[in-house]
Design a protein around this ligand. Structure first.
Ligand code: OAD
Length: 287
């Protein structure tokens, strides 16, 4: 089970970290309340702030992190029962995790529907609207078209309700990473774990639900998700494999280099990790 914390090292802010979290950085949209940007009723009245934010955070501008590739390795080794994510950044898909292994609980940008007549629109159609600062309106009825990401006030995808019962029967280790577990019903999934299932929380901040002194099956790793997966990879003897996978997949994101006399001596200075790669599409931090 994961949340926004697995993507912060890619340059995408989480929601609730004071200062850097998205909800502390939406002043420019003049919202009555920060979470209104994902409230269905507010969106129907005023879709502009959501589409402006969607342009800044549009999937495709960011690369997967070591956590995403570690999850892919778990799957390739037939150890992953299912990946439950709240994220809408599509980095799991980009890292090569197959769609059938995921429950994208808060939806995705991959499909879009008219809120009035239900007509479906493609990802490419929506992307063109978002990047040309045009509010997407339905070709058939002129209603607002919205990406199928789940807003407050909307239902979750069927998979979210259908899959946990069976999945948790087969789960002997529940890894929870990079989430405050503040948003329901997603957070309630931790309660599906059977009594013999160990639950590991990997998060920068501790969470009340985990790690009470009487609780014998919960383990807390309070720290960085990337550090945690590198430690797990080492303990499992997978470090080299994870490094090789990140290197191989990372080359897909490199722009072809034009070698000039100026840059050929500067190769050592180029950014080496996703954390060091300059991101042009980040939400600005508060000064
Ligand atoms: P939150 O911002 O609520 O929580 C992210 C958690 O990740 C926080 O506890 C951070 O301390 C932690 N964190 C951040 N970076 C980390 C890192 N590199 N390593 C380890 N921990 C890190 O985000 P979510 O729990 O994902 O829903 O939020 C849940 C939902 O609330 C979102 O899906 C979104 C939002 O409203 C909707 O919009 C419907």
């Amino acid at each position: 089970m994961v949340g926004a914390g697995i993507s912060t090292s890619a340059g995408i802010p989480d929601f609730r970290t004071p200062g850097s979290g998205l909800y502390d950085n939406l002043q420019k949209y003049n919202l009555p309340h920060p979470t209104d940007i994902f409230e269905l009723d507010y969106f129907i009245e005023n879709p502009k702030p959501f589409y402006a934010l969607a342009k800044e955070l549009y999937p495709g501008n960011f690369r997967p992190t070591p956590v995403h590739y570690f999850i892919r390795l778990l799957n390739e080794k037939n150890l992953l029962v299912r990946h439950y994510t709240q994220n809408i950044d599509s980095l799991e898909r980009l890292a090569g995790l197959p769609e059938e292994k995921m429950v994208e609980a808060h939806g995705t940008f991959h499909t879009n529907h008219c809120l009035e007549c239900g007509l479906e629109f493609s990802k490419e159609w929506m992307k063109e609207k978002i990047f040309s600062d045009t509010i997407p309106l339905c070709d058939a009825c002129n209603g607002i078209v919205k990406p199928d990401i789940v807003f407050f006030g909307e239902g979750m995808p069927d998979k979210f309700y259908d899959m946990p019962a069976e999945d948790f029967k087969n789960c002997d280790l529940l890894i929870v990473m990079g989430t405050s577990l503040e948003v329901y019903p997603f957070a309630s999934l931790v309660g599906h774990a059977e009594p013999n299932c160990l639950r590991v929380l990997i998060n920068r901040t501790s969470i009340d639900k985990f790690g009470s002194p009487t609780n014998k099956r919960d383990i807390n790793f309070i720290g960085d998700c990337d550090d945690a997966v590198w430690k797990m990879a080492e303990a499992l003897g997978w470090s080299d494999e994870l490094k090789a996978l990140i290197k191989k997949e990372g080359s897909k994101f490199e722009k072809p280099k034009v070698r000039t006399s100026d840059n050929k001596h500067n190769d050592d200075k180029k950014p080496k990790t996703s954390r060091e790669v300059p991101q042009s599409n980040q939400i600005e931090k508060k000064s």
